[in-house]
Design a protein around this ligand. Structure first.
Ligand code: CP
Ligand code: NVA
Length: 300
């Protein structure tokens, strides 16, 4: 049987994603009741981080422990991959010894190559192109607080980046309307937008994108690897901050999400990030629960 990977939300069907999230909600409840659940006893997850991380690292490592397995943190500084050993060779060797590989890296093609040569499931823990694990947590948070998302209006305001791209894929799989508000030069990938068809509408300003939204989402203006562009980006995005004024254009009970880390006073005002409509802490915690459900699906 071919190995199953999770490189994009589109690798799973709508039904698979929904049942994964429902399982995550169930497993979260059981954890809260102190019931142990260890279906991955003896299993090992290798975690390759070519970029920094707090949430992804802590959630995968904790998740593997809670499921009865073990997670191994591999920094490119310490392994031969960082000294130029080809990713194809690294994939063959590492996957022959572990039950799964999680990788966070730059170019998306690195994850595709790793998966192609891996005999164990590969999980995309963020590339420049996609961040599918975050969407599992975001959708879980929505399901917990609001139920079904089909037909809802989600506004993505800010950079057309990896998170925006994963929201486009989520709009396809969960069948919601996505309003994207981006500065012209920072638009989302045109192919992905086309693939989503009528579900996605593009706006060139934050206010029009926010109007009538049930959920407003943003992310940093300069992602990891774009540090040199920080100043240009601050200028280009200055009209795209999620402020109380922007939130007021959405529905009264609209939620606010951000994958974190956030920059208060840049992409989001402190009043919104720390305000009543913000669910960012529940969203962050759900990384743990949603990825445990994903690990169970792929590694069991
Ligand atoms: N949201 C997210 O992926 O956070 P980290 O970069 O801390 O893993
Ligand atoms: N877009 C951000 C997300 C961080 C979790 C980045 O790639 O740096």
């Amino acid at each position: 049987m071919p190995v199953r990977h999770f490189l994009s939300l589109l690798d799973f069907s709508s039904d698979e994603l929904k049942s994964l999230i429902n399982h995550a909600i169930e497993v979260k409840k059981r954890l809260g009741q102190g019931i142990s659940h260890t279906p991955l006893t003896g299993k090992v997850l290798a975690m390759i981080f070519e970029k920094s991380s707090t949430r992804t690292r802590v959630s995968f490592e904790t998740g593997m422990s809670q499921l009865g397995g073990h997670a191994m943190f591999l920094s490119p500084k310490d392994i031969q991959l960082g000294r130029g050993e080809p990713i194809e060779d690294s994939a063959r060797v590492i996957s022959s010894m572990v039950d799964g590989i999680m990788i966070r890296t730059f170019g998306h093609e690195r994850v595709l190559t790793l998966a192609k040569h891996s005999s164990s499931p590969v999980i995309n823990g963020l590339t420049d192109h996609l961040h599918p694990c975050q969407l599992l947590a975001d959708m879980q948070t929505w399901f917990e607080l609001r139920g079904e998302i089909e037909g809802a209006t989600v506004s993505w305001i800010g950079d057309g980046n990896n998170m925006c791209h994963s929201y486009i894929n989520a709009a396809i799989r969960f069948n919601f309307n996505l309003h994207i508000g981006c500065p012209e030069n920072y638009a989302a990938d045109a192919e992905l937008v086309k693939n989503a068809g009528k579900r996605v509408k593009i706006f060139d300003n934050a206010a029009d994108a926010a109007r009538g939204a049930d959920l407003i989402v943003t992310d940093v203006w300069a992602s990891m690897g774009q540090e040199q562009e920080q100043e240009d980006r601050l200028r280009s995005f200055s009209e795209f901050q999620i402020s109380s004024r922007i939130m007021a254009l959405a529905h009264k009970d609209a939620l606010f999400m951000h994958c974190l880390p956030a920059h208060r006073g840049e992409e989001v005002s402190a009043s919104v990030l720390d305000g009543k409509q913000s669910v960012v802490w529940q969203e962050a915690e759900n990384r743990l629960h949603a990825q445990k459900a994903l690990l169970e699906t792929l590694l069991k």
